[in-house]
Design a protein around this ligand. Structure first.
Ligand code: DLZ
Length: 164
């Protein structure tokens, strides 16, 4: 698993199923886009590094993390050939309770999609106290949670296929 930046050599590829047969969707929130683009880069690179052709990766943008639920739902309904969907967002604590409501909404919403739909939806939403914590986890000193999300997506796509 990656621990520093986007260094893909940090994780054990032998433990990850070959992903070339799968198709992935990625829904990216535009709020805190410096962070979400870093997470997207980590996820996209990890998918390609594990054999997924660019043409088998579909990207949609939504305005903020709260909209990730609707974006993922519409993507699942529009493209039933997808093997897993990753949602990418970054919620940073402010002075109001908005942080709590957005975190609660997106977390519960993505959980509900995983119950409702057969295709796994992977949760890659950073919920940090400040911008530095988010930078550190989107390609900084604590690695890239986008990379980890891509690996989770590949493993869940394989699990779904194995289950039949
Ligand atoms: C409104 C808002 C705030 C205050 N903070 C964030 C944030 O840190 N990260 C994020 O992804 N989105 C934030 N938003 C926007 C909401 O997710 C949503 O886009 C709006 O409330 C419109 O539904």
């Amino acid at each position: 698993m990656a621990t520093e930046g986007n260094n893909l050599s940090d994780y054990d590829k032998s433990a990850i199923p070959n992903a070339e047969k799968f198709r992935f969707g990625i829904v990216v929130a535009e709020w805190n886009d410096k962070i979400t683009e870093g997470l997207y880069k980590g996820a996209h690179e990890a998918l390609v590094d594990n054999g997924v052709e660019e043409s088998r990766i579909l990207r949609w943008n939504v305005p903020g993390s709260f909209e990730l639920v609707y974006g993922a739902k519409k993507m699942l309904e529009s493209y039933d050939m997808l093997d897993a969907v990753i949602v990418i967002g970054s919620v940073i604590k402010g002075e109001t309770k908005h942080f709590d409501f957005v975190c609660e909404g997106v977390t519960q919403g993505i959980k509900d999609l995983n119950i409702q739909y057969d295709t796994p939806v992977i949760f890659c939403v950073l919920t940090d106290n400040n911008m530095q914590q988010a930078i550190d986890r989107s390609g900084g000193k604590h690695g890239n949670k986008g990379t980890e999300a891509a690996i989770a997506a590949i493993k869940m796509a394989q699990l779904r296929q194995n289950a039949g």
